[in-house]
Design a protein around this ligand. Structure first.
Ligand SMILES: Nc1ncnc2c1ncn2[C@@H]1O[C@H](COP(=O)(O)OP(=O)(O)OP(=O)(O)O)[C@@H](O)[C@H]1O
Ligand SMILES: [Mg+2]
Length: 432
C-alpha cells in the first residue's frame, strides 16, 4: 500500500508534487463504477487557469483522455495533474474542486491536516441511503444515491401508473421526486449518450445550475440542487404541466380562459425579461418550457442553453445552433444568437396562446404557425383564428397581443426589447 502522507502545502505547485502523492490521488480518483466516476467529475470541474471561471476540459477532451488512456492503461488522474502543472496550478486550486465534489478523502491525501466540515465528517454507515431532507435555503449537492432515493430509483413507469416519469425532452427525462417531508421535486436526468458530441453536457449542466443559482424570480423555476456525478438537476416541482400541453387540454384539463392567457403571457414575458436584464439569453423559449403552477403562475424552465453575454446589445456568433426549429429566429440558422432570438421565440409562443394551435402541423397550410399567420389576409383576420376554447375574449386585447407578437417575429433589428414586450402585455392586465 502506497503511503498517503504528503509534505505539501496549499501553495505547492502541482508540478512539484511527489510522485507518490500523485499516485495516491490517482488511486482514489481513478475508481470507476456504475454510480460514479470521480476523475471525470474532477476533470469537468477544473478551471482553465488558477482563478479562471472557464473550464479546462470540455466533454470531447474528457472523452479523448478516456480513450487515449484506457488504451495505454495509464491513469487519467495522473495525466490531468500533469496537465494542470503546466499552467502553474497549486494544490489549493484543486482542493477547491475537490471541496465542490465533497471528496475529502482526496483532499486529505494532499493536506493531511485539512479539517473536514463537520456535516460531512461522519461517513454514512447506513447501506440504505436515506431520502434527503427538504431544505431550500441553500443549493444542495446531491449524491447519485440521494437522487435515486428521491425518485424511487428513477422509476420509469408513467405517473398515472404509479411510476415517477413525468416526461422526456431533447436533453433528458424528468422524474417526480419526494423529499423526506413529502415535498415534491422534479429531477431532470440528462442523457449523455444522446447528445450532440459538439455539446458539452457538463458545462451545459453547470451553466444551468449557475444560472439558476443566481437568478431568483417568481416566474423562473427554483433549483433545489444538483448532482454533477450523474448529471441531474433537482428542481421545484410545478404541478400543472407545461403551457404547450395545457393549450392542447391534455390530461382532460379545462381550457385556459382568455384572462388567464393574458396573465400567463405577461408572467412569462416578465420572467424572460428578468433573464435579459441579468444578461442571460434563454435560447430555448417555447411553450413546453413554460410550466404552470397551481394558480397558473408561469415559471420558465430549462436554462441549459442559456449563454451569458457581456451586455444586452451584443450578439454572439456560434456555430452551434441548438433550439427547437419552429421557434427559432431565422438569423439563428447562421449561428447569430442574441436576446432578440428569445424575443422571436416568445412571439411564436404568443401566437400559440392566441390561436391554441400547435407550432408545427404538417396538415396546416404553411406548416409552421408563423408562416400560417403571415399568410393571413390582414391583421383583423386574426380574430377568426382565436382559439375557440378561449371564448369569451376581449377583441381589443387579442389585437393588442397579436400586434406585440407580430413585432416580435419581425426582422431582428425591428423587434422590440423584452422589456417593451413585457410592459405592453402588463398594461393589458392593468390598464391605466
Ligand atoms: N420542474 C418541473 N416540474 C414539473 N414538470 C416538469 C418540470 N420540469 C420539466 N417538467 C416536465 O417534464 C417533461 C419533460 O421536460 P423536458 O424539459 O425534458 O422536455 P421538453 O421541454 O419537451 O424539451 P427540451 O428538452 O427541449 O426542454 C415536460 O412535460 C415538462 O413539462
Ligand atoms: Mg424543457
Amino acid at each position: 500500500m502506497m503511503s498517503t502522507q504528503s509534505t505539501c502545502t496549499p501553495d505547492t505547485l502541482l508540478r512539484k508534487l511527489k510522485l507518490t502523492t500523485v499516485k495516491s490521488l490517482a488511486h482514489v480518483l481513478d475508481v470507476e463504477n456504475e454510480l460514479s466516476c470521480d476523475w471525470r467529475r474532477f476533470a469537468s470541474l477544473v478551471p482553465k487557469r488558477p482563478g479562471s471561471t472557464e473550464m479546462k476540459y470540455d466533454m470531447r477532451k474528457i472523452q479523448y483522455l478516456e480513450h487515449k488512456l484506457k488504451r495505454s492503461g495509464s491513469s487519467p488522474t495522473e495525466s490531468i495533474i500533469q496537465d494542470l502543472g503546466t499552467v502553474n496550478m497549486q494544490v489549493k486550486d484543486i482542493v477547491k474542486v475537490l471541496e465542490i465534489m465533497g471528496h475529502y478523502e482526496a483532499i486529505k491525501i494532499l493536506l493531511p491536516e485539512y479539517s473536514v466540515p463537520t456535516e460531512q465528517a461522519q461517513p454514512d454507515t447506513n447501506h440504505q441511503i436515506a431520502v434527503p431532507e427538504f431544505d431550500d435555503s441553500k443549493i444542495h449537492h446531491f449524491t447519485f444515491q440521494e437522487v435515486i432515493a428521491l425518485t424511487a430509483n428513477f422509476n420509469a413507469a408513467p405517473l398515472l401508473e404509479g411510476g415517477r416519469k413525468i416526461g422526456e425532452g431533447g436533453f433528458g427525462a424528468v422524474f417526480l421526486g419526494y423529499f423526506k417531508n413529502e415535498t415534491k421535486c422534479a429531477v431532470k436526468k440528462l442523457f449523455k449518450e444522446e447528445l450532440n458530441p459538439e455539446v458539452n453536457i457538463l458545462q451545459q449542466l453547470q451553466q444551468e445550475v449557475e444560472t439558476l443559482l443566481h437568478l431568483k424570480h417568481k416566474n423562473l423555476v427554483k433549483i433545489y440542487g444538483y448532482c454533477l456525478e450523474n448529471l441531474c438537476l433537482v428542481l421545484e416541482y410545478i404541478p400543472e404541466g407545461n403551457l404547450c400541453e395545457r393549450l392542447a387540454c391534455e390530461g382532460s384539463k379545462h381550457p385556459l380562459s382568455w384572462k388567464s392567457r393574458v396573465s400567463i403571457a405577461t408572467g412569462s414575458a416578465r420572467g424572460i425579461n428578468f433573464l435579459h436584464n441579468n444578461n442571460y439569453i434563454h435560447r430555448d423559449v417555447k411553450s413546453a418550457n413554460i410550466l404552470l403552477d397551481t394558480d397558473l403562475v408561469p415559471k420558465i424552465v430549462d436554462f441549459g442553453l442559456v449563454r451569458r453575454l457581456p451586455d444586452l446589445k451584443t450578439s454572439q456568433v456560434t456555430s452551434l445552433v441548438i433550439g427547437t426549429n419552429a421557434y427559432l429566429a431565422p438569423e439563428c440558422l447562421a449561428g447569430n444568437f442574441s436576446y432578440k432570438a428569445d424575443v422571436y421565440s416568445f412571439g411564436v409562443v404568443l401566437l400559440e396562446i392566441i390561436t391554441g394551435q400547435r407550432v408545427f402541423d404538417k396538415n396546416r397550410e404553411g406548416g409552421d404557425l408563423v408562416s400560417f399567420i403571415e399568410d393571413l389576409e390582414d391583421d383583423d383576420a386574426i380574430i377568426n383564428e382565436v382559439d375557440k376554447k378561449a371564448y369569451p375574449y376581449d377583441e381589443d386585447q387579442v389585437k393588442k397581443m397579436y400586434d406585440v407578437s407580430s413585432r416580435c417575429i419581425q426582422k431582428k433589428k425591428l423587434r422590440p426589447e423584452m422589456d417593451e414586450v413585457y410592459k405592453e402585455l402588463a398594461a393589458m392586465c392593468n390598464p391605466a
